[in-house]
Design a protein around this ligand. Structure first.
Ligand SMILES: Cc1ncc(COP(=O)(O)O)c(C=O)c1O
Length: 475
């Protein structure tokens, strides 16, 4: 008899991906300016630490909410006993107003259609539980956030089928890529229940164009499936933020063809979170916005497994309701992200490395394909191991995001200081100079042979995580 469940023993969680392995390597030897200047610099973590000073100064000026008080009275007992899993009304009201603000007030959200969850991780999984049965599939454009293998598949039993996007058009979603993914799922005997996009994209740092949104809308309409848009990075659009279009926007606009189509409206769902724009992943605040009352009702029941604490909701209700502060926070955050992004882009440029042009996110999508020994995922792994062990930088290889083209890496810029970012850029430049020099003397062959066995074992997971490559008993 097996002592543990199949789920507990399965390895489809994705914990052994280089995305997570890089974090483990960092933990062993973290960089510190004075205590460990040769340590590893963490650039594989999409954290936003650029505006903590603003939040801390708001907390100093508004001490009541963090000390369980409201208008001079203690609310400790109310919060300690609060049990309504639909959430604190004042928090939901503040949350929808913030969501509208991020979308230029072009969309209004109804608090009754909001389901609170412990972060976007829980929101994404909950939506899949609501929309798909085990063995049914969701289509995802590649490259995608590595955590989706865990969030969308692991416990739900659903499958991810990639929509293969390529550098030839800046990794944009095309009609043919959508149709190809749909047909590939059908060929594998999978029922497709929806498309999931991240807008803005992790790892690309780009927003969906209006054409892409129209394409997706037409696609889900013709196939009679759902559209989930993970908009966790909505508050990180640093270039022309007014140009950011949420997938919900055209549906609620005056465009009668879509706005009056309740059927489609009910099949579009948004995921949000305060982990990225406010930099509060430790608070575990996120949720689902859906126009379908059935989805809202089912997701609300499921949210019992991952609620946001009443204390956190109380604090954030005050913060988000301070409209003057939030306006200025949003603007400052965008400004600082823009500066950081351009520091990274120009630092990499000095090392002869280019990035996909981005306008959002906490990272750049970086092209290092010219540094590969061969244009293969094995060579990408070799380069990644060099980055981790020689350059002492943790960055995420494109293969961990299921990118089919070797040589792309996600590099984060908002979780470290400017001085550390400068040092990281210097380390990369030194490495590239040395490597290109060495290559011109063609003496790198020995290293490559020595590393090849270790590299092979590391690359196995890259292929295992997609449906095609799983062992039959793992499907
Ligand atoms: C696209 C995307 N969705 C969801 C998450 C998970 O976020 P949370 O901390 O809110 O669970 C992340 C975190 O990096 C992400 O990038």
């Amino acid at each position: 008899m097996k002592m543990l469940s199949r789920l507990a023993e399965s390895n489809s969680h994705g914990q052994d991906s280089s995305y997570f392995l890089g974090w483990e390597e960092y933990e062993k030897n973290p960089y510190h300016e004075s205590h460990n200047p040769d340590g590893m610099i963490q650039m594989g973590l999409a954290e936003n630490q650029l505006c903590f000073d603003l939040l801390e100064s708001w907390l100093a000026q508004n001490p009541e909410p963090a000390s369980f008080r409201h208008n001079g009275h203690s609310v400790f007992r109310d919060l300690a006993l609060f049990q309504d899993y639909r959430g604190l009304p004042q928090f939901k009201k503040a949350m929808v107003s913030y969501m509208s603000k991020l979308r230029g007030n072009r969309v209004t959200f109804d608090p009754a259609k909001l389901v609170l969850t412990a972060g976007a991780t829980s929101a994404n999984e909950t939506l899949i539980f609501c929309l798909a049965d085990p063995g049914e599939a969701v289509l995802l454009p590649t490259p995608y956030y590595p955590g989706f293998d865990r969030d969308l598949k692991w416990r739900t039993g659903a499958e991810i089928v990639p929509i293969k996007c390529t550098s030839s058009n800046g990794f944009r979603i095309t009609k043919s890529a959508l149709e190809e993914a749909y047909n590939s799922a059908k060929k594998q005997g999978l029922t497709v229940k929806g498309v999931l996009v991240t807008n803005p994209s992790n790892p690309l740092g780009t927003t969906l164009s209006k054409d892409e949104i129209n394409l997706l809308r037409t696609f889900i309409s013709s196939k009679n499936i759902h559209l989930i848009s993970d908009e966790i990075y909505a508050g990180t659009v640093f270039d022309h933020p007014a140009g950011f279009t949420s997938v919900m926007e055209p549906l609620m606009s005056s465009d009668k063809k879509w706005a009056n189509n309740k059927d489609i409206l009910n099949r579009v769902h948004i995921v949000f979170s305060l982990s990225k724009d406010l930099g509060l992943p430790g608070f575990r605040v996120g949720g689902i916005y859906s126009n379908d009352p059935m989805v809202v009702s089912a997701a609300t029941k499921m949210s019992s497994f991952g609620l946001v604490s009443a204390q956190t909701q109380h604090l954030l209700a005050s913060l988000l309701s301070d409209h003057r502060f939030m306006e200025s926070y949003i603007t400052q955050n965008q400004k600082r992200l823009r500066q950081r992004s351009s520091m990274l882009v120009s630092g990499l440029k000095r090392a002869g490395i280019s990035c996909l042009q981005s306008n959002s996110g906490l990272f750049c999508w970086v092209n290092m394909s010219h540094l590969l020994r061969t244009r293969t995922l094995e060579s990408e792994m070799e380069l990644w191991k060099d980055m981790v062990h020689k350059v002492k930088l943790n960055i995420s290889p494109g293969s961990s995001c299921h990118c089919s083209e070797p040589g792309w890496f996600r590099v984060c810029f908002a979780n470290l200081s400017e001085a550390t970012l400068d040092l990281a850029m210097q380390r990369i430049k030194d490495y590239v100079d040395a490597r290109l020099n060495k290559r011109s003397h063609s003496s790198s062959q020995c290293d490559v042979l020595r590393n090849s066995r270790r590299v092979r074992s590391l690359t196995k997971w890259v292929f295992r995580l997609s449906f095609d490559d799983k062992q039959p008993e793992e499907r």
